[in-house]
Design a protein around this ligand. Structure first.
Ligand code: ADP
Ligand code: ASP
Ligand code: MG
Length: 423
């Protein structure tokens, strides 16, 4: 008998009908002779709604109580799903992250999983139950408080449980048929990828392809858990994410895997920084001490007349306020002139391991953007990725232009988006 972990995202359990539909699918997997562990997200846009509610009572909600609130979303769906399964005549038990043994560090709102001890899940399975686990949450080893894993964190819960339970596969059910060469909401001609390496998927996820969370792919690679991303609305094969393709998975490793975009970041420019050693260090120390992760960094050439330069960096919009406050506080030590904050930016990334060995990819990328009349503000590269920052308004057009330029457009069907609000 195999053990499978299935994860259903918010769009798959958006309403009572969705929960009943998913329950049927889960029961099918059980009837096929599997032990089934299900990780479930909050219904639809519940998490966003809870965040908005919290902001109405407190301007910058954070910490312990914020996590208590957000985990309620997943508790609602896990209980309803267990009820729906029982209604189909099968036994199911729901568990919070803490009950399922998801142990984390104590960083509220973006905790990391440090251990998984799924004793109660094993017992539930051994007794013939389907186990339903609330995604995106755990319990801190030190403080024993409830934590959340950061937005989209149910993906990580699923892979972590799959690793701890030695599952054959971790199935991620969502509102599209798999991982595409671009977000199907933006590129109708995006093509479904049959198989993608952990390496390329990691880079796509880190660049904003939210179909899989970056940390979940990291975890899957570390424990070598194959992920099957597929739709909960269709019976189609989805995308396999693993080290090596298996069976009849399309073995041809593409030069370019896809185009990712991200409009969740903002740009901070520190204006008028003295061009001397130690300045960048003190700016980024202030940011790091505020526990903020940054993405791209550029330093302009200093003006000869003044000896002053500008340093820009990007970071999640949700951390914008905190970053500005931290820099203002350190202003006298760093000695800059002023700060500029711009949240109308977007990032477009081209990803593919074949880039390493194929000259001309960078040139073709910039030509495509230029043909689409898109102005570039920042550039960063890795061995297998090129990213640029542009105006947010330019992103959809730029993504489509790059997708077409690299021959990624599908010549058959349009990509289907079955549900979700794209939020
Ligand atoms: P869930 O509710 O299942 O967690 P998400 O909204 O987190 O779903 O992720 C699915 C969405 O990811 C899709 O609806 C799609 O708009 C978006 N997406 C972004 N990039 C890609 C991509 N390359 N392939 C597929 N989907 C993508
Ligand atoms: N409900 C959480 C979120 O919206 C976690 C998840 O869906 O993965 O971010
Ligand atoms: Mg998700």
């Amino acid at each position: 008998m195999g053990l499978v972990v299935q994860k259903y995202g918010g769009s798959s359990v958006a309403d009572a009908e969705g929960i009943k539909r998913v329950a049927k699918r889960i029961v099918e997997a059980k009837k096929n002779g599997n032990q089934v562990v299900v990780v479930v997200s909050a219904m639809g846009d519940t998490t966003d709604e809870l965040i908005e509610l919290a902001e109405q009572v407190s301007p910058m909600p954070a910490g312990r109580e914020f996590d208590m609130l957000l985990t309620a979303g997943e508790r609602i769906s896990m209980a309803l799903l267990a009820m729906a399964i029982k209604n189909l005549g099968h036994e199911a038990q729901s568990f919070t992250g803490s009950q399922a043994g998801v142990i984390t560090d104590s960083v509220h709102n973006k905790a990391r999983i440090i251990d998984v001890t799924p004793g109660r899940i094993r017992t539930a399975l051994d007794e013939g139950n389907i186990a339903i686990v609330a995604g995106f949450q755990g319990v801190s080893q030190d403080s024993k408080d409830i934590t959340t894993l950061g937005r989209g964190g149910s993906d990580t819960t699923a892979v972590a449980l799959a690793a701890a339970l030695d599952a054959e596969v971790c199935e991620i059910y969502t509102d599209v048929d798999g991982v595409f060469t671009a977000d199907p909401r933006v590129v109708k001609k995006a093509r479904k990828i049959d198989w993608i390496s952990f390496e390329d998927m990691l880079e796509l996820a880190a660049s904003g392809s939210k179909v899989l969370l970056h940390r979940c792919v990291e975890y899957a690679r570390r424990y070598n858990i194959p992920i099957h991303v597929r739709s909960s609305f269709s019976g189609l094969q989805g995308t396999w994410v693993s080290n090596e393709p298996q069976g009849d998975q399309n073995v041809e490793q593409a030069i370019i895997s896809g185009v990712a975009h991200d409009t969740s970041e903002a740009k901070v420019t520190v204006v008028g920084v003295p061009d001397k050693p130690g300045e960048a260090a003190s700016i980024f120390r202030a940011i790091a001490d505020a526990e903020i992760n940054i993405d791209m960094v550029v330093q302009n050439v200093s003006a000869a007349a003044t000896g002053l330069t500008d340093i820009s960096f990007t970071l999640p919009k949700t951390e914008g306020r905190k970053a500005i406050d931290a820099l203002e506080k350190a202003k006298s030590v760093i000695g800059f002139e002023s700060l500029r904050y711009d949240d109308q930016i977007g990032k477009i990334s081209l990803v593919g391991a074949g880039m390493k060995t194929n000259p001309g990819v960078t040139a073709a990328f910039f030509e495509a953007l230029s043909d689409a009349q898109v102005n570039i503000e920042l550039i960063s590269t890795s061995e297998i990725r090129i990213s640029v920052v542009t105006r947010a308004d330019d992103v959809p057009e730029a993504v489509r232009a790059v997708h077409t330029a690299f021959g990624l457009d599908s010549d058959s069907d349009e990509a289907v988006v079955y549900g979700g609000t794209g939020r």
